[in-house]
Design a protein around this ligand. Structure first.
Ligand code: MLT
Length: 263
């Protein structure tokens, strides 16, 4: 489905009934990374899964995409489709950065948080330099070059070697991103604030989910987050890297189903 917000056209999936779950995808992906969750959870809940601006079928705009502005896009999408009650916000990696920005700005709209494969801290100087190199590569060679560079790190090494179909799917999702989307999100991630001070203030049930073999964000970051969020629960998923949603969908879906049942 499509909706236009402030002259920007957004694509989103809206499936099922009940408690809304807003799924916010990672970089440089789109709503399709949530396919196993959309298929399964939509029998228990109302699943809303947008393509962020610049990704999938949503329009791109030039300039930096701060995590706050992407959280605003999500809030505006909920308004546009008439969802005013609190939602479960589930974000993976960059989607987790946006989820924390969403909580900071719109906490009354959040019933529960799912922080998957993400971290609370800001970028180090080294990470910022790496963002600049990636942006330069995207401008020079397009999103396909970013896909090539990131693919081997997205999954656990064993899954990367034994699941070529999944590698192909992820590659084509990444290649469908726009250059403006990739560069805009890199600039936004690079300047995102440290969300660590927010963690002790989180007052909704929170699940922290992380692949045991994540090569992009170490599982220790998830443990640090879970330690600081009152009452949160940490699940380290075996045999999964940065994409537990796709590498171990049954485990991921069971965790989410249990959360939905308790809301
Ligand atoms: C993501 O998966 O969203 C990104 O790798 C996060 C990041 O680059 O910090």
């Amino acid at each position: 489905m499509f909706t236009t917000i402030s002259s920007v056209k957004f694509f989103y999936q809206d499936k099922g009934e009940g408690t809304p779950i807003l799924f916010i995808h990672g970089f440089p992906l789109n709503h399709q990374m949530w396919r196993p969750q959309i298929d399964e959870l939509s029998s228990l809940a109302r699943v809303i899964a947008p393509d962020l601006r610049g990704y999938g079928d949503s329009q791109s705009t030039p300039g930096a995409y701060t995590m706050e502005s992407l959280a605003d896009d999500c809030a505006n999408l909920l308004d546009a489709i008439g969802i005013t009650s609190p939602v479960i916000v589930a974000g993976l990696s960059m989607g987790g950065y946006i989820s924390l920005a969403f909580y900071r700005k719109y906490r009354e709209r959040v019933a529960s948080l799912v922080l998957a494969s993400t971290r609370a801290g800001a970028d180090s100087d080294q990470a910022r330099e790496s963002r600049d190199r990636m942006a330069e590569l995207a401008n020079r060679a397009g999103p396909g070059a970013i896909a090539e560079a990131m693919l081997p790190k997205l999954m656990a090494p064993q899954n990367y070697h034994r699941r070529p179909g999944l590698v192909r799917d992820l590659k084509s999702i990444m290649e469908s991103s726009s250059t403006d989307g990739v560069v805009g999100a890199l600039q936004g991630m690079k300047t995102r604030p440290d969300s660590t001070p927010l963690l002790p203030q989180i007052q909704v049930p929170t699940l922290v989910i992380h692949g045991e073999d994540d090569q992009i964000i170490p599982p220790a970051e998830a443990a640090l987050m879970a330690d600081s969020i009152p009452g949160s629960r940490l699940h380290i998923v075996p045999d999964a890297g940065h994409m537990p949603t796709l590498e171990q969908p049954e485990t991921f879906n069971q965790l989410l189903s249990a959360l939905v049942a308790n809301i």
